[in-house]
Design a protein around this ligand. Sequence first.
Ligand code: TRP
Length: 343
Amino acid sequence: MPFSPRVFSGIQPSGDLHLGNYLGAIRRFVPLQQTHDCIYCVVDMHAITVWQEPEDLRRRTYEVAAAYIAAGLDPSRSIIFNQSQVLQHAELGWIFNCVARVGWMSRMTQFKDKAGKNTENVSLGLFAYPSLMAADILLYKATHVPVGEDQKQHLELTRDIAQKFNHDYRKRIRALGLDETFFPLTEPVIAGPATRVMSLRDGAKKMSKSDTSDMSIIYMTDDADTIAKKVRKATTDAEPLPSEVAGLAGRAEASNLVGIYAALSDSSKEQVLREFGGQGFGTFKPALAELAVAVLSPIAGEMRRLVGDPAELDRILRDGAERARALAATTMREVRDIVGFVG
Ligand code: TRP
Protein backbone atom coordinates (compact mmCIF):
# COMPACT_ATOMS: atom_id res chain seq x y z
CA MET A 1 0.00 0.00 0.00
CA PRO A 2 1.54 3.33 -0.96
CA PHE A 3 1.56 5.93 1.78
CA SER A 4 -0.69 8.89 1.21
CA PRO A 5 1.38 12.03 0.81
CA ARG A 6 1.78 13.76 4.13
CA VAL A 7 4.08 16.58 5.15
CA PHE A 8 5.65 17.04 8.58
CA SER A 9 8.08 19.71 9.63
CA GLY A 10 9.15 21.46 12.79
CA ILE A 11 10.99 24.47 14.12
CA GLN A 12 12.68 24.73 17.50
CA PRO A 13 11.54 27.54 19.80
CA SER A 14 15.11 28.16 20.87
CA GLY A 15 15.99 31.54 19.40
CA ASP A 16 14.43 34.58 17.77
CA LEU A 17 13.11 33.70 14.34
CA HIS A 18 15.14 35.06 11.45
CA LEU A 19 15.17 35.18 7.67
CA GLY A 20 16.82 31.74 7.50
CA ASN A 21 13.88 30.20 9.40
CA TYR A 22 11.41 32.10 7.26
CA LEU A 23 12.85 31.46 3.79
CA GLY A 24 14.35 28.04 4.48
CA ALA A 25 11.26 26.68 6.21
CA ILE A 26 8.12 28.63 7.11
CA ARG A 27 7.55 30.32 3.74
CA ARG A 28 7.96 26.98 1.98
CA PHE A 29 5.45 25.31 4.30
CA VAL A 30 2.63 27.51 3.04
CA PRO A 31 2.09 26.31 -0.57
CA LEU A 32 2.37 22.65 0.50
CA GLN A 33 -0.99 23.09 2.18
CA GLN A 34 -2.58 23.16 -1.30
CA THR A 35 -1.25 19.75 -2.25
CA HIS A 36 -0.66 17.77 0.96
CA ASP A 37 -2.01 17.05 4.39
CA CYS A 38 0.41 19.04 6.50
CA ILE A 39 1.52 18.85 10.11
CA TYR A 40 3.64 21.73 11.41
CA CYS A 41 5.09 21.39 14.86
CA VAL A 42 6.81 23.66 17.35
CA VAL A 43 9.43 21.22 18.61
CA ASP A 44 9.80 22.33 22.21
CA MET A 45 11.15 18.95 23.31
CA HIS A 46 14.02 19.38 20.87
CA ALA A 47 14.71 22.87 22.17
CA ILE A 48 15.53 21.67 25.70
CA THR A 49 18.41 19.51 24.44
CA VAL A 50 20.28 22.71 25.28
CA TRP A 51 19.34 24.80 28.31
CA GLN A 52 16.28 27.05 27.87
CA GLU A 53 14.98 29.44 30.48
CA PRO A 54 11.40 28.21 31.03
CA GLU A 55 9.90 31.67 30.51
CA ASP A 56 11.83 32.08 27.25
CA LEU A 57 10.76 28.65 26.07
CA ARG A 58 7.10 29.52 26.58
CA ARG A 59 7.42 32.90 24.89
CA ARG A 60 9.25 31.44 21.92
CA THR A 61 6.83 28.56 21.57
CA TYR A 62 4.04 31.11 21.16
CA GLU A 63 6.25 33.12 18.83
CA VAL A 64 6.90 30.21 16.46
CA ALA A 65 3.21 29.32 16.45
CA ALA A 66 2.39 32.98 15.72
CA ALA A 67 4.95 33.07 12.89
CA TYR A 68 3.42 29.96 11.33
CA ILE A 69 0.00 31.51 11.31
CA ALA A 70 1.09 35.03 10.37
CA ALA A 71 3.04 33.61 7.41
CA GLY A 72 -0.04 31.89 6.05
CA LEU A 73 -0.42 28.48 7.66
CA ASP A 74 -4.09 27.79 8.16
CA PRO A 75 -4.80 26.02 11.46
CA SER A 76 -8.14 24.71 10.23
CA ARG A 77 -6.47 23.09 7.25
CA SER A 78 -3.09 22.04 8.65
CA ILE A 79 -2.32 20.62 12.06
CA ILE A 80 -0.34 23.14 14.10
CA PHE A 81 0.77 22.18 17.59
CA ASN A 82 3.66 22.01 20.02
CA GLN A 83 5.41 18.68 20.35
CA SER A 84 5.27 18.26 24.14
CA GLN A 85 1.44 18.16 24.09
CA VAL A 86 1.52 14.87 22.20
CA LEU A 87 3.19 12.32 24.48
CA GLN A 88 3.59 9.77 21.70
CA HIS A 89 6.61 11.73 20.41
CA ALA A 90 8.49 10.77 23.55
CA GLU A 91 7.16 7.22 23.46
CA LEU A 92 8.22 6.53 19.88
CA GLY A 93 11.44 8.48 20.45
CA TRP A 94 12.38 5.99 23.16
CA ILE A 95 11.67 3.01 20.93
CA PHE A 96 13.82 4.59 18.22
CA ASN A 97 16.61 5.09 20.74
CA CYS A 98 16.61 1.33 20.91
CA VAL A 99 16.60 0.95 17.11
CA ALA A 100 19.25 3.55 16.23
CA ARG A 101 22.91 2.78 16.83
CA VAL A 102 25.36 4.90 18.80
CA GLY A 103 27.66 4.90 15.76
CA TRP A 104 24.95 6.50 13.62
CA MET A 105 24.47 9.31 16.11
CA SER A 106 28.20 9.96 16.46
CA ARG A 107 28.40 10.68 12.75
CA MET A 108 25.83 13.50 12.85
CA THR A 109 27.62 16.69 11.83
CA GLN A 110 25.10 18.91 13.62
CA PHE A 111 25.89 17.13 16.89
CA LYS A 112 29.61 17.47 16.30
CA ASP A 113 29.18 21.18 15.51
CA LYS A 114 26.98 21.87 18.51
CA ALA A 115 28.97 19.79 20.97
CA GLY A 116 32.35 20.97 19.73
CA LYS A 117 35.12 19.76 22.03
CA ASN A 118 32.63 19.47 24.83
CA THR A 119 31.20 16.01 24.02
CA GLU A 120 31.42 14.82 27.64
CA ASN A 121 29.32 17.64 28.97
CA VAL A 122 26.45 18.09 26.52
CA SER A 123 23.08 16.59 27.35
CA LEU A 124 22.31 13.01 26.42
CA GLY A 125 19.24 14.46 24.71
CA LEU A 126 21.42 16.43 22.29
CA PHE A 127 23.10 13.19 21.24
CA ALA A 128 19.79 11.32 20.86
CA TYR A 129 18.04 14.27 19.19
CA PRO A 130 17.89 12.76 15.67
CA SER A 131 16.00 9.75 16.92
CA LEU A 132 13.34 12.04 18.44
CA MET A 133 13.23 13.83 15.09
CA ALA A 134 12.67 10.50 13.34
CA ALA A 135 9.84 9.84 15.81
CA ASP A 136 8.25 13.22 15.01
CA ILE A 137 8.14 12.31 11.35
CA LEU A 138 7.32 8.61 11.47
CA LEU A 139 4.63 8.93 14.14
CA TYR A 140 2.52 10.38 11.34
CA LYS A 141 4.09 8.23 8.61
CA ALA A 142 4.98 11.48 6.87
CA THR A 143 6.29 11.05 3.35
CA HIS A 144 7.77 14.52 2.80
CA VAL A 145 9.69 16.85 5.08
CA PRO A 146 10.48 20.39 3.92
CA VAL A 147 13.72 21.43 5.61
CA GLY A 148 16.87 23.41 5.01
CA GLU A 149 20.02 21.86 3.60
CA ASP A 150 21.47 21.33 7.11
CA GLN A 151 18.80 18.74 8.00
CA LYS A 152 19.54 16.39 5.11
CA GLN A 153 21.67 14.08 7.21
CA HIS A 154 18.96 13.81 9.87
CA LEU A 155 16.49 12.77 7.17
CA GLU A 156 18.88 10.07 5.98
CA LEU A 157 19.06 8.83 9.55
CA THR A 158 15.25 8.86 9.72
CA ARG A 159 15.20 6.56 6.70
CA ASP A 160 17.83 4.31 8.32
CA ILE A 161 15.70 4.03 11.45
CA ALA A 162 12.54 3.29 9.43
CA GLN A 163 14.36 0.67 7.42
CA LYS A 164 15.90 -1.03 10.45
CA PHE A 165 12.58 -1.04 12.31
CA ASN A 166 10.78 -2.48 9.26
CA HIS A 167 13.52 -5.10 8.93
CA ASP A 168 14.07 -6.08 12.57
CA TYR A 169 10.35 -6.52 13.20
CA ARG A 170 9.45 -7.88 9.77
CA LYS A 171 8.21 -11.26 11.06
CA ARG A 172 5.93 -9.70 13.61
CA ILE A 173 4.73 -7.05 11.16
CA ARG A 174 3.79 -9.81 8.71
CA ALA A 175 2.18 -11.94 11.41
CA LEU A 176 -0.02 -9.02 12.43
CA GLY A 177 -1.13 -8.64 8.81
CA LEU A 178 0.36 -5.14 8.55
CA ASP A 179 2.07 -3.74 5.50
CA GLU A 180 5.69 -4.84 5.52
CA THR A 181 6.87 -1.34 4.73
CA PHE A 182 5.42 -0.27 8.04
CA PHE A 183 7.24 3.04 8.19
CA PRO A 184 7.73 4.96 4.93
CA LEU A 185 11.14 6.02 3.70
CA THR A 186 10.62 9.75 4.07
CA GLU A 187 12.02 12.20 1.54
CA PRO A 188 13.41 15.62 2.40
CA VAL A 189 12.06 18.48 0.31
CA ILE A 190 14.99 20.82 -0.13
CA ALA A 191 14.21 23.19 -2.96
CA GLY A 192 14.17 26.82 -3.93
CA PRO A 193 16.75 29.58 -4.12
CA ALA A 194 17.29 29.99 -0.37
CA THR A 195 17.54 26.58 1.30
CA ARG A 196 20.65 27.91 2.99
CA VAL A 197 20.47 31.56 3.97
CA MET A 198 23.92 32.84 4.87
CA SER A 199 25.08 35.48 7.34
CA LEU A 200 24.94 39.04 6.00
CA ARG A 201 28.50 39.62 7.22
CA ASP A 202 30.13 36.40 6.03
CA GLY A 203 28.89 34.47 3.00
CA ALA A 204 30.64 31.33 4.22
CA LYS A 205 28.61 31.10 7.43
CA LYS A 206 24.97 30.17 7.87
CA MET A 207 22.64 32.87 9.21
CA SER A 208 22.33 31.60 12.74
CA LYS A 209 21.03 32.70 16.10
CA SER A 210 24.38 31.77 17.60
CA ASP A 211 26.13 34.48 15.59
CA THR A 212 27.57 37.15 17.84
CA SER A 213 26.80 40.00 15.46
CA ASP A 214 23.17 41.09 15.26
CA MET A 215 24.01 42.83 11.99
CA SER A 216 24.47 39.45 10.32
CA ILE A 217 20.86 38.41 10.96
CA ILE A 218 17.52 39.80 9.80
CA TYR A 219 14.92 38.88 12.40
CA MET A 220 11.33 38.32 11.33
CA THR A 221 10.25 41.03 13.75
CA ASP A 222 12.87 43.66 12.79
CA ASP A 223 11.32 47.01 11.91
CA ALA A 224 11.71 48.60 8.49
CA ASP A 225 14.66 50.84 9.46
CA THR A 226 16.57 47.97 11.02
CA ILE A 227 16.04 45.77 7.96
CA ALA A 228 17.17 48.57 5.64
CA LYS A 229 20.27 49.23 7.74
CA LYS A 230 21.27 45.56 7.90
CA VAL A 231 20.87 45.13 4.13
CA ARG A 232 22.80 48.35 3.44
CA LYS A 233 25.67 47.19 5.63
CA ALA A 234 25.72 43.62 4.33
CA THR A 235 29.18 42.55 3.19
CA THR A 236 29.59 42.40 -0.60
CA ASP A 237 32.30 42.61 -3.19
CA ALA A 238 32.73 45.62 -5.46
CA GLU A 239 31.65 44.06 -8.77
CA PRO A 240 28.28 44.65 -10.40
CA LEU A 241 25.89 41.70 -10.43
CA PRO A 242 26.39 39.22 -13.27
CA SER A 243 23.64 38.49 -15.80
CA GLU A 244 23.95 34.72 -15.42
CA VAL A 245 23.89 32.47 -12.35
CA ALA A 246 27.28 31.03 -13.34
CA GLY A 247 28.74 34.47 -12.69
CA LEU A 248 27.90 34.13 -8.98
CA ALA A 249 30.48 31.36 -8.56
CA GLY A 250 33.06 32.36 -5.97
CA ARG A 251 30.89 35.32 -4.89
CA ALA A 252 29.20 33.86 -1.82
CA GLU A 253 27.85 37.17 -0.48
CA ALA A 254 26.40 38.28 -3.82
CA SER A 255 24.91 34.83 -4.35
CA ASN A 256 23.30 34.92 -0.91
CA LEU A 257 21.63 38.31 -1.47
CA VAL A 258 20.39 37.28 -4.91
CA GLY A 259 18.99 34.05 -3.42
CA ILE A 260 17.22 36.02 -0.69
CA TYR A 261 15.69 38.36 -3.27
CA ALA A 262 14.57 35.39 -5.37
CA ALA A 263 12.99 33.59 -2.42
CA LEU A 264 11.21 36.72 -1.20
CA SER A 265 9.76 37.35 -4.65
CA ASP A 266 8.92 33.70 -5.42
CA SER A 267 11.22 33.80 -8.42
CA SER A 268 14.62 32.31 -9.21
CA LYS A 269 18.18 33.59 -9.19
CA GLU A 270 18.04 33.54 -13.02
CA GLN A 271 15.05 35.85 -13.04
CA VAL A 272 16.59 38.19 -10.48
CA LEU A 273 19.80 38.44 -12.49
CA ARG A 274 17.83 39.07 -15.66
CA GLU A 275 16.46 42.14 -13.91
CA PHE A 276 19.55 43.29 -12.00
CA GLY A 277 22.47 41.91 -14.05
CA GLY A 278 25.04 44.65 -14.70
CA GLN A 279 23.83 46.77 -11.80
CA GLY A 280 25.84 47.49 -8.68
CA PHE A 281 24.89 46.90 -5.06
CA GLY A 282 24.06 50.59 -4.77
CA THR A 283 20.93 49.78 -6.79
CA PHE A 284 20.35 46.21 -5.71
CA LYS A 285 20.57 46.65 -1.95
CA PRO A 286 17.81 49.30 -1.68
CA ALA A 287 15.57 47.14 -3.89
CA LEU A 288 16.25 44.14 -1.67
CA ALA A 289 15.59 46.13 1.50
CA GLU A 290 12.31 47.39 0.11
CA LEU A 291 11.21 43.90 -0.86
CA ALA A 292 12.21 42.43 2.52
CA VAL A 293 10.26 45.13 4.35
CA ALA A 294 7.22 44.66 2.12
CA VAL A 295 7.18 40.91 2.81
CA LEU A 296 8.19 40.85 6.48
CA SER A 297 6.37 43.88 7.92
CA PRO A 298 2.81 42.55 7.57
CA ILE A 299 3.93 39.19 8.99
CA ALA A 300 5.63 40.88 11.95
CA GLY A 301 2.49 42.92 12.60
CA GLU A 302 0.31 39.83 12.63
CA MET A 303 2.83 38.01 14.86
CA ARG A 304 2.63 40.86 17.37
CA ARG A 305 -1.16 40.70 17.35
CA LEU A 306 -1.19 36.93 17.88
CA VAL A 307 1.45 36.91 20.60
CA GLY A 308 -0.62 39.55 22.36
CA ASP A 309 -3.52 37.11 22.51
CA PRO A 310 -2.10 33.87 23.94
CA ALA A 311 -5.61 32.55 24.57
CA GLU A 312 -6.19 32.30 20.84
CA LEU A 313 -2.79 30.62 20.33
CA ASP A 314 -3.53 28.22 23.19
CA ARG A 315 -6.78 27.29 21.52
CA ILE A 316 -5.07 26.68 18.18
CA LEU A 317 -2.24 24.62 19.70
CA ARG A 318 -4.64 22.57 21.84
CA ASP A 319 -6.86 21.84 18.87
CA GLY A 320 -3.85 20.91 16.72
CA ALA A 321 -2.49 18.66 19.48
CA GLU A 322 -5.81 16.87 19.73
CA ARG A 323 -5.87 16.13 16.01
CA ALA A 324 -2.20 15.09 16.06
CA ARG A 325 -2.84 12.81 19.04
CA ALA A 326 -5.57 10.96 17.18
CA LEU A 327 -3.17 10.12 14.33
CA ALA A 328 -0.31 9.35 16.71
CA ALA A 329 -2.47 7.00 18.77
CA THR A 330 -3.24 4.87 15.72
CA THR A 331 0.45 4.47 14.87
CA MET A 332 1.39 3.74 18.49
CA ARG A 333 -1.27 1.06 18.90
CA GLU A 334 0.36 -0.78 16.00
CA VAL A 335 3.92 -0.05 17.13
CA ARG A 336 3.27 -1.31 20.67
CA ASP A 337 1.82 -4.45 19.25
CA ILE A 338 4.71 -4.90 16.83
CA VAL A 339 7.33 -4.45 19.54
CA GLY A 340 5.56 -6.84 21.90
CA PHE A 341 4.47 -4.49 24.65
CA VAL A 342 1.59 -5.85 26.72
CA GLY A 343 -1.54 -3.80 27.24
N1 TRP B 1 16.00 19.37 13.62
C1 TRP B 1 15.23 20.44 13.07
C2 TRP B 1 16.05 21.73 13.13
O1 TRP B 1 16.89 21.88 13.98
C3 TRP B 1 13.92 20.64 13.81
C4 TRP B 1 13.07 19.41 13.76
C5 TRP B 1 12.76 18.59 14.79
C6 TRP B 1 12.43 18.90 12.61
N2 TRP B 1 11.94 17.59 14.37
C7 TRP B 1 11.70 17.76 13.04
C8 TRP B 1 12.39 19.29 11.27
C9 TRP B 1 10.97 16.98 12.15
C10 TRP B 1 11.65 18.52 10.39
C11 TRP B 1 10.95 17.37 10.82
O2 TRP B 1 15.81 22.61 12.32
